[in-house]
Design a protein around this ligand. Structure first.
Ligand code: GAL
Length: 831
């Protein structure tokens, strides 16, 4: 195999590559000491930390629990505030001595302070962005060095679960005295067509020495097949103690365009070469070539193709893994979204992990990268407003500098539902932030998500951004288009319907209320006053085709905000524990574990073309014999026929036979019973047995879905998301789903019995979950309950040569089952 191909494969397989990185970047994530609590002189060299726990970064101390109503359910009922300390002892290796050494944190949640050998390096209040400190002047070349990190998140500082600690990766950057600056490359493609594209490259060369250096900059562009597309050389003077900017421009003929269906990527390899010919730094930047165009009349175009945003908002937690970033968990989350038909992600309401952006680049998802949930005016007591004045400019510029090379990113969002909407001169802040975005990146538009429809327009905040996002204002699209025909508009946040996977309450089409079981029906009709079922957004988008599309709230359930339980509404400050034990949200079409709820299929029926069919509810209604139960089919086929115990209940035509859905929400003036062209509905007198749906296109059968009345659970079915995972770096995960099954092979949709997992072999137990928003079983418990027939276990592959992981599930009265997953060293060829 050719060398370049091997290197490329290595980059594709490595589970933690950083896509704007110097070859001097060194893994610094293992063997950190951790202590939860206050430590006097925690930074001092003499402190004895032998008894502290050894942890691996990324680490989230709060997900270890306990869940308690001592903590705020709005933030997951988990102990994310307080003080925590991390320390790492290290000695420079021979090749690291006398180099320029920096430490790079990709994100510490939050209010971090860092010391090296007792010297204070700095603080960073915002937890969602990375930062770098220069260690060089304080390093001991021969003796042990100690890095100390103090983390001090405050209570009432977030509206969702933020996680706590060093929850993103950390690196030691070992460089020569001349290097490419941190986040120091910017690759911009413009005038892009399928025939040619102009590429502008900007490289920041940093010289730490006092004297000027003559250097040559070699920029090589390599395509996804490993072919060198262009090589450019430039001689320049890197002035002493300064950072200079070198620029180059060239054309790529017949560029391989980046798109949602075919996300082609290029790599820029930058070398800084001394006048003696020594390569002083090699820095790799991945980028994509694509054309984006936003118009008020028609919408958004990607490479000339009209593309509607089928978007979701996502918070950053990874369910049972908490906020600790893991590449595979992030990838699985985004793959599930893509399967639902999603083509765009809004990183609500903060800069996301590097891994998330890399995967969006790789699998073809557009990204709206959002900076803030709060500006200077308070939403919550200890929110970002406390540091806004001092830090907003640095944070916003850093977000753009960090993220600007990702082809997936199409807009920068300066804020979500910021309170400045309601004040007269709030527009000035919006104008300042929008200007920063233009200065840092003239190639992408900026935006914001406005929820105060009248105020944001009256106070002229909406006038400051390039693209106007409205939260929950589908019923206003027509009006705003008429009043502002030149505005480019989209639904920055939509829907907010709540549901618990597999839960249906009788009477069936219930209204918005709290239930004694602490759950919400899965008929996809219930939500808070500002919310509305997906049907309404689909409907208004159809009526207003120039609207760019939507970002529904939220793709996945997340820890915190257990609406309707707990807090009354978004402006409730303080504790949300009146309905404890509810501690996680109900908003997702997918639950905390990645299990699909009914709503997943409603979106899929609208956002995908491959024939699909889904039926709800379950069919275990003992005691309701003869009562009419609403049965819905979600499909993208033309017609569906429903059968009960073999008897046809009639065919219905999608879009013609409209399923009645009860609707009520702010600004909506239509009938309470909305005839939805997006759902098919039958009211079926209950009789146990088999409910079957058959779907047709052009009169031909394209799908079938059967739900049976299930018997007692007898056995467990185990399915792994992948049967071979990587043992390269101890970071790869396997997600195993357990389903309860009866003696006839039917899925037991109402089974809530116990289950216990064990993990053995060449992997370790990582976490469990069942998606129940009111369960207080911690993810680090191997014992839990099925929630409506399902449970999840996550195992981690050991680092090494590879082998097998055995995952066993047992439960009282159930046949014990084991699944075996292979682990293998996937990049061994390259080593
Ligand atoms: C929105 C807010 C989101 C979330 C959502 C719940 O107003 O922007 O962060 O709170 O409501 O419906």
């Amino acid at each position: 195999m050719k060398n370049y191909l091997k290197i490329l494969i290595c980059f594709l397989l490595m589970s933690s590559p950083s896509w704007a990185q110097s070859d001097g970047q060194t893994d610094f994530n293992k063997d950190w000491k951790f202590y939860k609590g206050e430590v006097k002189d925690g930074e001092s060299i003499g402190l004895n930390d032998e008894d502290w726990r050894t942890v691996r970064i990324p680490h989230d101390w709060a997900i270890e629990g306990p869940f308690s109503n001592e903590y705020n359910a709005r933030c997951g009922g988990l102990p994310f505030h307080g003080e925590g300390w991390y320390r790492k002892h290290f000695t420079l290796t021979n090749t690291q001595k006398d180099k320029h050494v920096t430490i790079e944190f990709e994100g510490v949640m939050n209010n971090s302070e860092v010391w090296i050998n007792g010297h204070y390096l700095g603080k960073r209040p915002f937890g969602y962005l990375g930062f770098e400190y220069d260690l060089t002047p304080y390093l001991k070349q021969e003796e042990e060095n100690i890095i100390a990190v103090k983390v001090k998140p405050e209570d009432l500082s977030s509206r969702w679960y933020p996680g706590a600690g060093m929850y993103r990766k950390v690196w030691l950057n070992i460089n020569n005295d001349v290097r490419v600056n941190h986040w120091g490359t910017f690759v911009k493609a413009h005038n892009v067509t399928s025939r040619v594209a102009t590429i502008d490259i900007q490289v920041e060369v940093q010289n730490f020495k006092l004297s000027d250096e003559i250097v040559s900059i070699k920029n090589k562009v390599v395509d996804a097949n490993g072919n060198t597309v262009k090589e450019l050389h430039q001689k320049t003077i890197a002035e002493g103690k300064k950072t200079i900017i070198a620029q180059q421009s060239f054309n790529i003929i017949q560029p391989l365009l980046w798109s949602i269906d075919d996300p082609n990527l290029y790599q820029l390899v930058t070398e800084i070469i001394s006048k003696e010919g020594e390569v002083m730094d090699t820095y790799r930047t991945r980028f994509g070539v694509r054309d984006i165009k936003f118009t008020a009349k028609e919408g958004f175009f990607l490479n000339g193709e009209l593309t509607k945003f089928n978007g979701v908002c996502l918070h950053h937690d990874l369910g049972p893994l908490g906020a600790a970033v893991n590449r595979r968990a992030t990838q699985r989350q985004l793959e599930i979204m893509k399967e639902m038909g999603v083509n765009a992600i809004r990183t609500s309401h903060n800069p996301p992990s590097r891994e998330q952006l890399e995967i969006c680049d790789e699998i073809g998802l557009l990204v709206l990268d959002e900076a803030f949930d709060e500006w200077g005016i308070q939403k919550i007591e200890n929110g970002y407003h406390k540091v806004f004045d001092e830090w907003h400019e640095r944070d916003l510029r850093d977000m753009i500098r960090r993220d600007r090379n990702h082809p997936s990113i199409i807009m920068w969002s300066i804020g979500n539902e910021i309170k400045e909407q309601k004040v007269k001169d709030g527009w000035k802040v919006a104008q300042k932030l929008a200007k920063i975005c233009h200065e840092e990146d003239p190639s992408r538009p900026n935006t914001a998500g406005f929820n105060q429809y009248e105020n944001s327009i009256k106070n002229k905040l909406a006038h400051q951004v390039d693209i106007v996002g409205f939260n929950y204002k589908a019923a206003k699209y027509e009006e705003v288009r008429k009043n502002h025909p030149d505005w480019i508009i989209y639904g920055s946040e939509t829907e907010s319907i709540t549901s618990s996977r597999g839960v249906y309450h009788a009477p069936f089409l219930e209204k918005y209320k709290k239930n004694t079981d602490h759950q919400v029906t899965s008929y996809d009709i219930i939500g808070p006053s500002w919310s509305y079922p997906p049907d309404m957004e689909f409907y208004y988008l159809e009526q207003n085709p120039s609207i760019l599309g939507e970002f529904m709230w939220t793709g996945f359930d997340y820890f915190g905000e257990p609406t309707p339980y707990g807090g009354r509404d978004n402006s409730t400050n303080g504790y949300w524990n009146s309905d404890w034990p509810n501690k996680s949200s109900f908003f997702g079409p997918v639950d905390l574990c990645g299990f699909k709820k009914d709503r997943f299929y409603l979106y899929q029926s609208q956002w995908t073309d491959t024939p699909m069919l889904h039926l709800l509810p379950h069919w275990n209604w003992k005691g309701y014999e003869g009562e009419e139960i609403p049965v819905f089919a979600y499909t993208n086929a033309e017609e569906v026929e429903l059968f009960l115990n073999g008897k046809s209940l009639g065919k219905k035509v999608k879009g013609v036979d409209k399923g009645i859905v009860p609707i009520q929400f702010q600004y909506y003036e239509g009938p309470y019973d909305f005839p939805s062209p997006y759902r098919l509905r039958w009211d079926v007198p209950y009789q146990e047995g088999e409910l079957k749906a058959v779907s047709y296109i052009d009169g031909k059968v394209v799908g079938e879905e059967i739900i049976n009345t299930h018997l007692k659970a007898k056995t467990i079915e185990l399915t792994a998301d992948r049967i071979i995972i990587s043992s390269d770096d101890g970071e790869d995960l396997v997600f195993v789903t357990a389903r309860a099954i009866d003696a006839k092979g039917n899925f037991c949709a109402t089974f809530n019995g116990d289950i216990q997992f064990t993990v053995s072999g060449d992997g370790t137990f990582e976490a469990t979950g069942n998606g129940d928003p009111s369960s207080l079983v911690l993810p680090n418990s191997k014992k839990l309950k099925f929630f409506n027939g399902m449970a999840l276990v996550i195992a981690r592959a050991n680092e090494g040569k590879g082998g097998t992981i055995n995952i066993t599930a047992k439960g009282k009265g159930l046949k014990t089952k084991t699944i075996t997953v292979k682990t293998e060293a996937q990049n061994k060829e390259i080593q």
